[in-house]
Design a protein. Structure first.
Length: 117
C-alpha cells in the first residue's frame, strides 16, 4: 500500500514475513495491528517479538475470539499490547484507537528524548 496521510502502510498475510520486514525496518515502525490467531505465529507472540526490538512501537491486537486467558492479561499488564479491538471492528473504533496510539507514540518518543538530552 502507499502512504496514507504521510504514513506508509504495509500489509502482510504471513506473520513471519511481517516479523522479517519489521526486523529490517525496526526504527521506521510506529504502529502494528495484528490478529490474535494466525498460522505459524500468534498475534501475541508476534507482538512480544516486536516489543523486544522496539519498545516504542504501539500495538493493537484484534480478534473474534474471547480473550479471558492469563497470557492475554499478562501481556496487557506489561504493555506489550497497547490496544485491543474485538471483531467485528467498526471503522470509527479503529480510527480512534489508531489516533490515540499514534499520539501516545509521539509522547513516548519526546519523553525519551528529553530524558536523554
Amino acid at each position: 500500500m502507499g502512504p496514507i496521510n504521510g504514513i506508509t502502510v504495509f500489509k502482510f498475510t504471513d506473520p513471519v514475513m511481517a516479523l522479517e520486514h519489521f526486523k529490517i525496518n525496526v526504527e521506521k515502525y510506529i504502529l502494528v495491528i495484528s490478529d490474535l490467531r494466525m498460522p505459524a505465529l500468534t498475534g501475541m507472540e508476534l507482538i512480544k517479538e516486536l516489543k523486544t526490538m522496539n519498545r516504542f512501537v504501539r500495538t493493537i491486537l484484534m480478534t473474534a475470539f474471547a480473550t479471558e486467558d492469563d497470557l492475554f492479561s499478562d501481556y496487557a499488564k506489561k504493555e506489550l499490547i497497547n490496544g485491543f479491538l474485538q471483531k467485528p471492528i467498526h471503522l470509527n473504533d479503529l480510527r480512534v484507537e489508531v489516533n490515540n496510539l499514534l499520539h501516545t507514540y509521539e509522547l513516548l518518543k519526546q519523553e525519551s528524548f528529553i530524558k536523554i538530552a
